[in-house]
Ligand binder design. Sequence first.
Ligand SMILES: *Cc1c(COP(=O)(O)O)cnc(C)c1O
Length: 370
Amino acid sequence: MSIDPCELAPSHIRAIAPYQPGKPIAELAREMGLKEEAIVKLASNENPHGIGPRTRAAIEAAIADVARYPDGNGHELKVALARRHHVDMGQIVLGNGSNDVLELVSLAFLGPGRSAVYSQHCFAVYPLATQARGARGIKVPAKDYGHDLAAMAAAIEADTAVVWIANPNNPTGTHLAPAELEAFVRRVPERVLVVVDEAYNEYLPPELRAETVKWLKRHPNLVVTRTFSKAYGLAGLRVGYALAHPSVADVLNRVRQPFNVNSLALAAATAALEDMEFVARSYAENLQGMRQLEEGARRLGLDWIPSRGNFLAIRVGKANEIYRRLLRRGVIVRPVGGPYELPEHLRVTVGTAAENEKFLAALAASLKDG
Ligand SMILES: *Cc1c(COP(=O)(O)O)cnc(C)c1O
């Protein structure tokens, strides 16, 4: 073939920069000749406490049926979610991670000739999902690292179909007060879908959690997304969901794969919803770990972006260099330059007390002598 077959893809696809995930433990172990047990990974905002006992039992029980296709409708999980959130089952869309649900939104509502609004420093999936559909991204400058809602409202154009919001946002950890967010949702024209991604909702103090699910009644253009990947500890199984107006949920369900959530994930998520103690413990330990990281950064004379998630963006200066030095010490964190536009910060997931300590010691050494 005289042309690169990649040229056969549309230009908006070829222009996509690959998503940079946190480096897997096994990969660093191979590269550095380290033992996997000696490596601390604080790079992907996973739950350092694993999963709760009910969840583990449910996964083990579900293994017996893996030769069969999963319930493509996810009935049991939807029953549990409908009860938890006081919504109809027809308002729920399940996804292979909430990332899948975000993709479904872009598949159903974006395309050439349409645009989506998002913030500078936002979760990288929003620009990616927008671009993959041939839609135009409108990036709005951040305010104090967070979403500038007034500017985002003003940035909506005639062809805008989606506004992407993460609350709290990743990688900054910035949080929008419920009243401020609600005022924004009221202000956005009804023809524009507002996606509020609440992946870190469980890590918020209860008084800061917006009642977004209640707002669905008044705002048919609102989509709320949640995940089991963070506080529930199921990142490896991939399961998340959207709550929306029944018509929006119906459209999203039409564009998903018939079996987009696997059977272990369905069983695990249904059980995890009942593992309330585990989530409560994860919340409490995250607050402690956050204080530990802040205190450690303060001792090293470093600034950070105050965070409401299970991660902290710490300003270390030459972040890529410090990132590499940390790798050599067996600690994986996340550089947030590139599309995140925070070249001086490293995003660190709150780990166990021992992991946080190891990170802080490695950081101190990496800042000093390389
Ligand atoms: C981690 C994260 C998600 C969740 O991704 P999953 O696909 O559910 O694992 C969604 N949004 C944000 C902002 C995140 O940081």
